[in-house]
Design a protein around this ligand. Sequence first.
Ligand SMILES: [Zn+2]
Length: 130
Amino acid sequence: MCSPLTKQQQSKFEEMLSQQAASLCREAREIYSSSHAMVANGDTDLPNSVEGWIEILNQYSDNESFQTRRQLERIAAAQEQIELGLYGICSDCESPISLERLLQDPSQQRCGVCEARYKQLSASSKRVWL
Ligand SMILES: [Zn+2]
């Protein structure tokens, strides 16, 4: 099984993902600095990787931090899939995810059928899915 996308398409999505990651890291930084006043004065200990921010957001339990962390995790997973050559494949049924879905959300992990089923399954929990 390998990615159904061309190299060109993959690098386009790779770019979209890193842009999203950058803006989510900025959000994470805001969440972090609103609870750590000293960060405003240029704290050099701030992470510069998606993984580093995921770890920091893990310490917060509010909904905004949770959502931001979830999205960062999805992006990290998608970036890893690109590296492995598995990007664009549904994580549940392994069929190709449509280009339209990936354009809407490049960190998409599931095809339309599996996503609908997944949403139904998680509807009973109190999580909010974007
Ligand atoms: Zn699927």
